[in-house]
Design a protein around this ligand. Structure first.
Ligand code: ARG
Length: 259
């Protein structure tokens, strides 16, 4: 290759790369892809009343309503995928969904794999016990058999793998659905269930004469919506959360499900 040709080629490359780069970033825009597809895919685990649960075949709840606002903002349809809670992050990162809205606590560990929107809800882990159980505080869980929903912060807290927690239960029984943990509590197969506060209240409301929640909160957490690392959808979601908060609509949505 003579020098002139080489220089010409380099020049062409130099000109193409920036254009190429611009193309790549347009392609990488999750928002652009969603608009082109005409739909945004939310993934959740609809076993978590009041945030997401089934009413017949339909998935309803606080998160679903926020998700509808996100779809509206994008001008697209909302599609919902209902899967196991501990599959949510892997499935998001496999490109099967655009965001997770699942009463998901924004933890540092999860931040390694996803980006979180701004917080939209404060929560805590609550202990559910039988009305006549001797368990009255978190320390009473020491040496006990505790039911949790698999992969949740309640699971992580009770399992205490890194030893940083202050309780040592005898065994953690993990269930795909919190409801099944509660069924086992009702029949005495576990001594207590640890789950987020509002879902705990909803579960107890269904069996008020048999089970109750303890007043003591075990953790302080905040829920946020997860997107793949670097996704520009996060900005749109943050705008929606801000608008819902500023307009008072967020409170309206929440009060439809929590009295
Ligand atoms: N907040 C807890 C967590 O992030 C539990 C969430 C469970 N959500 C659900 N849709 N099942 O681990």
């Amino acid at each position: 290759m003579n020098m002139k040709k080489f220089t010409a080629l380099t020049l062409v490359c130099a000109m193409t790369i920036p254009m190429g780069a611009a193309l790549v970033s347009a392609e990488d825009s999750a928002v652009a892809k969603i608009k082109e597809a005409g739909k945004v895919v939310m993934t959740t685990n609809a076993e978590f009343e009041p945030f997401e649960f089934k009413d017949g075949d339909e998935i309803v709840g606080i998160d679903k309503e926020i998700a509808e606002k996100i779809a509206e903002k994008l001008g697209v349809e909302l599609e919902i995928m209902d899967i196991a809670f501990d599959s949510l992050i892997p499935s998001l990162n496999a490109g099967k969904a655009d965001f997770i809205a699942a009463g998901m606590t924004a933890t540092d560990e999860r931040r390694k794999n996803v980006d979180f929107s701004d917080d939209y809800f404060d929560a805590s882990q609550t202990i559910i016990v039988g009305v006549d159980s001797g368990i009255t505080s978190r320390e009473d869980l020491n040496g006990k058999l505790v039911g949790v929903q698999q992969g949740t912060t309640g699971d992580i807290y009770c399992t205490n793998e890194d030893g940083s927690g202050d309780i040592t239960v005898k065994e953690v029984k993990r269930y795909p659905k919190a409801m099944d943990a509660v069924s086992d509590l009702l029949t005495g197969r576990v001594d207590a269930v640890v789950i987020d506060d509002f879902p705990a209240k909803k579960l107890v409301e269904k069996n008020p004469d048999k089970i109750k929640t303890l007043d003591e909160a075990m953790t302080e957490e905040t829920y946020a919506i997860a997107v793949p690392l670097g996704s520009d959808l996060k900005d749109v979601i943050n705008e929606v959360i801000k608008e819902l908060n500023d307009s008072g609509e967020m409170d309206e949505i929440v009060s439809k499900y929590i009295s």
